[in-house]
Design a binder for this molecule. Structure first.
Ligand code: ADP
Length: 486
């Protein structure tokens, strides 16, 4: 039975098999193998033919060299025919025969008589194709010999015969060449595989760092960053990751703050309702006292309803669940409708609500959202305007390709240091006017949740517009929203 691999090893092996590192190396090696194979095949094809031709040429050259040498010796009339050192190899067979068949000179690993027999046997079987044709013979140690018989004419006209045999084995050469090619290719592939793994491992190391860091980042700890300094693609990825974490952290922080603020806002009216009901049911009360308690509960209920509505609107905005349907409309119509709807509220508060100059002002917008935006601004103006002359005015107009709507009041104005924060969620200028039960807030003083202007800004922004504020302490405030005119 084969021993089973332990699960950890199997798991690691599985991870490695699916890793980019492994796939990279595999692809790289496969491509290299194809290239090497094609290159080797090309080399083999061209070189094997060259090798064969080269071997035969070499043999011819040597035979010619020997023949010339012998002819020179014969011309000089020296009785002794000797071949200069280096011309014959140890494996070569050389025999010089007289016209009568006497061996005049011989040399080589095969005895002269045996060589002559081989050649004569070969001559009977091999076809004569040229003046000096080759006879092929395989020796006892499997060496392929080629024998060549070359006639040599002496100056006296006597025909000598030279038998020359040399190892001629082009196919062995080709086999050796093929072996070298295969061995070389395999070695190259092995080196490429090892080198590829090393390189891929190095290149993928930052990914491991990113993965490990990402694992340690929990939902509650978004403050961690990778802080990778490298300028390469992985450095860029890490920086993008860091930037995403920063955005997520900010979003989580905003959400946490929002939930905390919302709970705080709801806690106060709920406490007031609880106090009033407990007080009312503790003992028998007069009808006036009951009425007073109920009117407080009613007012707190109104506040909570409006707060929950605002929270819902903001939550929908944040979640991108709002559908804005923009149609061409006249901003002055929206202004008139707002004034009509809020006139009774203004009268109740002793404020004169006027529609100022309202020329046709066409924009692309969602009527319902624009109504909500203007209502929030006018309600604020009515709510916060105090003093002897209480006037709120709504106007529209166009200028430089933009359309504007302005809500101005004769209220107390807003100090410059508060203006940058007005559009923050739950921001109120006068903290004493919060509905905190611990503070002795004046029930008659205006109060709100601090969400109205955030909604105004969001509606302006989704319409491609922007909100501006001008305020003078003791003189009044004007909110102006500018859109692109059509
Ligand atoms: P709220 O529900 O408190 O009115 P808003 O976001 O509408 O919330 O307004 C934020 C703060 O801006 C208010 O608490 C108020 O102090 C100040 N504010 C808004 N409009 C006016 C105005 N017309 N005149 C003076 N102060 C204003």
């Amino acid at each position: 039975m084969r021993p089973k691999k332990p699960p950890v090893v199997r798991e690691r092996f599985g991870v490695l098999l699916h890793s980019i590192r492994f796939r990279l190396v595999l692809w790289f090696t496969a491509i290299l193998a194809v290239i090497l194979f094609a290159f080797s095949a090309f080399l083999y094809y061209t070189q094997s033919r060259n090798l064969q031709e080269e071997a035969i040429h070499e043999m011819d050259r040597r035979v010619t060299g020997l023949a010339t040498n012998i002819q020179t010796a014969l011309r000089q009339g020296s009785g002794q025919i000797s071949i200069p050192n280096g011309m014959l190899r140890d494996t070569d067979v050389f025999i010089l025969l007289s016209p009568e068949g006497t061996v005049l000179a011989s040399q080589g690993p095969i005895p002269a008589q045996e060589a002559i027999q081989i050649v004569s046997a070969g001559l009977q079987t091999a076809p004569q194709t040229s003046e000096s044709s080759a006879i092929y013979w395989t020796g006892p140690n499997s060496q392929n010999y080629a024998f060549v018989i070359a006639p040599i004419q002496s100056p006296l006209g006597i025909n000598f015969l030279m038998i020359f045999g040399g190892i001629l084995d082009p196919s062995a050469l080709v086999r050796r060449f093929l072996l070298t090619l295969v061995a070389g290719s395999l070695l190259t592939l092995a080196i490429a595989l090892a080198g590829g793994f090393w390189l891929a491992d190095r290149a993928m190391r930052p990914v491991k760092t990113i993965t490990q860091a990402a694992r340690t980042i929990g939902e509650t700890d978004l403050s961690r960053r990778l802080n990778m300094k490298s300028k390469d693609e992985l450095g860029e990825l890490a920086n993008t990751f860091d930037a995403m974490l920063a955005r997520l952290q900010a979003a989580f922080e905003r959400q946490r703050q929002f939930v905390a603020d919302a709970s705080h806002e709801l806690r106060t009216p709920l406490t007031i309702v609880n106090l009033e009901t407990s007080r009312a049911i503790a003992s028998h009360r007069s009808p006036q006292e009951y009425q007073h308690a109920l009117s407080i509960i009613h007012s707190e209920n109104d506040f909570m309803t409006s707060l929950v509505n605002d929270l819902l609107t903001l939550a929908r905005m944040d979640a991108g669940q709002t559908t804005i349907e923009k149609t061409p409309l006249d901003l002055s119509d929206v202004a008139v409708e707002t004034v009509e709807r809020l006139t009774s509220l203004a009268t109740r508060n002793g404020v004169t609500l006027e529609a100022g100059s309202l020329p046709e002002t066409r924009i692309l917008g969602d009527r319902q959202y624009l109504l909500q935006m203007l209502s929030n601004l006018v309600e604020n103006a009515i709510k916060y305007t105090t003093g002897d002359v209480k006037r709120v005015c709504v106007e529209t107009g166009t200028a430089d390709g933009s359309a504007w709507v302005r809500v101005s009041d004769t209220g107390p104005g807003i100090a410059p240091e508060h203006i940058p924060h007005l559009f923050d969620r739950f921001y109120r200028v006068d903290k004493a006017r919060t509905r905190d039960t611990e503070t002795d807030s004046d029930p008659e003083s205006p109060s709100g949740s601090g969400l109205g202007l955030s909604i105004v800004q969001w509606i302006a922004q989704v319409h491609g517009g922007e909100v501006g504020v001008e305020s003078t302490l003791g003189a009044g405030t004007a909110f102006e929203v500018r859109f692109k005119a059509v």
